[in-house]
Design a protein. Structure first.
Length: 296
């Protein structure tokens, strides 16, 4: 990467983080930047000055008592910080003097071992095949397989590998936590195994979500607000290969007329008939959809 571009991106990330601190914490200190970006005191000072200068001295002012640069009433954002970016930074923040993270994360109970995951990452980066020993949930047995991994994705609970499996001659998902051992081979991925041919990974599908039909009007209004719906609906585009994971994680009732318990399933898939061919038993309520429903 061009060194000038790299330096610019690093500075841009620091300036965005400074603005995040001002918006969400109300202040930013040199210690914040030193901790997050491993900067010297002089570099942290320069980054904060750069941000303040860009805002024409309007977004922050130094408080001599707290030794922090605090947000001002004249604050106007210089960047668009998405909710996901804000959550990323929030997860790295600590509560002052409490020695705990600001955002508590539930423990992960099926994280893959380094020896199993590292060869997969090598395969993705270097476009190489990987030999694995995989525990099949269907048979309960382990089996050696040659795979061509090209991506990782997280459904919010679990990590998955998207790969081409030579045993099945198709692209599938695998849980890295079920890999007993792995070895990155000195064998390049074949053209038909490359991610450009993974249609369901590259194409997206639109899900139309609504409040569960069995919720009362007041409850439905709460769900509409919570999920930022417009006229009672929320459109979400996801990769076709991940649609069923999304529906499961967000407890979206995919049954014909909302047959699942609305206290557990606040959302309902309104356009289930349009995407029926892409649903599988992982989607909540899928089994209750009549097989005679029309498919696209």
């Amino acid at each position: 990467m061009d060194q000038t571009i790299s330096l610019f991106q690093n500075l841009s990330n620091r300036l965005r983080y400074i603005e995040f601190c001002l918006i969400y914490k109300g202040f930013v200190t040199r210690a914040d930047l030193i901790e997050k970006f491993n900067l010297s005191e002089a570099s942290a000072t320069r980054a904060i000055k750069e941000y303040i200068d860009l805002s024409d001295q309007k977004n922050a002012q130094f408080n001599k008592e707290t030794k922090a640069n605090e947000i001002t009433h004249a604050f106007k954002p210089l960047f668009t910080i998405s909710e996901e970016e804000a959550l990323y930074w929030l997860q790295l923040e600590s509560v002052p003097e409490l020695n705990q993270l600001l955002v508590y994360g539930l423990p992960k109970i099926n994280l893959p071992e380094q020896a199993a995951l590292a060869p997969i990452i090598h395969g993705i980066i270097h476009k190489k095949c990987v030999k694995i020993t995989y525990l099949s949930l269907k048979s309960g047995m382990s089996k050696e397989r040659i795979v061509a991994p090209h991506a990782l994705f997280n459904d919010g609970l679990r990590l998955y590998i998207r790969l081409f499996d030579r045993n099945y001659s198709k692209f599938i998902d695998m849980s890295p936590a079920r890999i007993m051992n792995a070895e990155c081979l000195n064998e390049s991925v074949q053209p038909h195994e490359s991610p450009t041919n993974d249609i369901f990974w590259n194409e997206e599908i639109e899900l139309l979500l609504m409040p569960h039909p069995k919720l009362n009007p007041n409850q439905a209004a709460v769900i509409e607000y919570e999920y930022q719906m417009v006229r009672g609906k929320r459109k979400i585009s996801v990769k076709k290969s991940t649609a069923n994971y999304f529906l499961r994680v967000w407890n979206v009732d995919c049954s014909e007329s909302g047959m699942l318990n609305p206290q557990s399933y606040h959302l309902w898939l309104e356009n289930r008939h349009d995407i029926l061919s892409h649903l599988n038993p992982m989607a909540p309520g899928f089994q209750s959809i009549p097989s005679t429903n029309p498919t696209p």
